[in-house]
Design a protein around this ligand. Structure first.
Ligand SMILES: C[S@@+](CC[C@H](N)C(=O)[O-])C[C@H]1O[C@@H](n2cnc3c(N)ncnc32)[C@H](O)[C@@H]1O
Length: 178
């Protein structure tokens, strides 16, 4: 019985790890000090909606709600991390201000987002570019950690304590980012 459970868990773990390698961005959490820097760069105002595409354990949206008074929406495709992030939001006391959605980031609506945070990959950023331009309202900000948006001119670039860059983009009035 125990051996059966052990083998099943081992098989599930192998499948889960293998499936993670098919994603456009593997899980790598942003270090805690950099989370604050990313959110400061985004210039969040109280009550704004901050969406983290590929939210992992939810640390960015949880900090956005707790330290910046934002409404956080974390989008995550991995059900294990969704559960983890929901638990973390509960333990952090921000469950009312943080929603963690088990969804594919390429298929969620972004029309209500004021700020989008990305820590993904060059390929994922490239795939998201049209969607961001189409769906985000004018004045919305995007902060991408580590990976710039190909062909877009950042409003600002700052270097995190890790030595990696954080790129701030803004959806301008009446036109897309060039
Ligand atoms: C580098 S981690 C970043 C985690 C978190 N944003 C942070 O900064 O700590 C990338 C995350 O994106 C998730 N991801 C990859 N592809 C995704 C997709 N199509 N939809 C939603 N989440 C995705 C991964 O599961 C992983 O948790």
């Amino acid at each position: 019985m125990l051996i059966g459970i052990g083998i099943s868990l081992a098989v599930l773990s192998v499948v889960w790890i293998g499936w993670n390698f098919t994603l456009d961005a593997l899980w790598q959490p942003t270090d805690r000090a950099t989370v604050g820097s990313i959110l400061s760069l985004a210039q969040i105002k109280r009550g704004e909606t901050v969406v983290d595409l590929g939210c992992g354990d939810g640390r960015i949206v949880i900090t956005a709600a707790r330290a910046f008074g934002a409404e956080g929406v974390g989008i995550e495709i991995d059900p294990v991390r969704v559960l983890w992030a929901r638990t973390a939001a509960l333990l952090a006391g921000v469950r009312k201000h943080v929603r963690i959605l088990w969804k594919n980031m390429y298929k969620v609506d972004l029309y209500d987002a004021d700020i989008v945070i990305l820590f993904l990959s060059s390929a994922a950023n490239l795939k998201l570019q049209d969607k961001l331009l189409r769906e985000l309202p004018q004045g919305a900000r995007i902060v991408s950690y580590y990976h710039p948006m190909l062909g877009w001119k950042p409003d600002r670039v700052e270097i995190a304590k890790t030595g990696y860059s954080m790129y701030l983009y803004r959806i301008p009035k009446n036109q897309g980012i060039e």
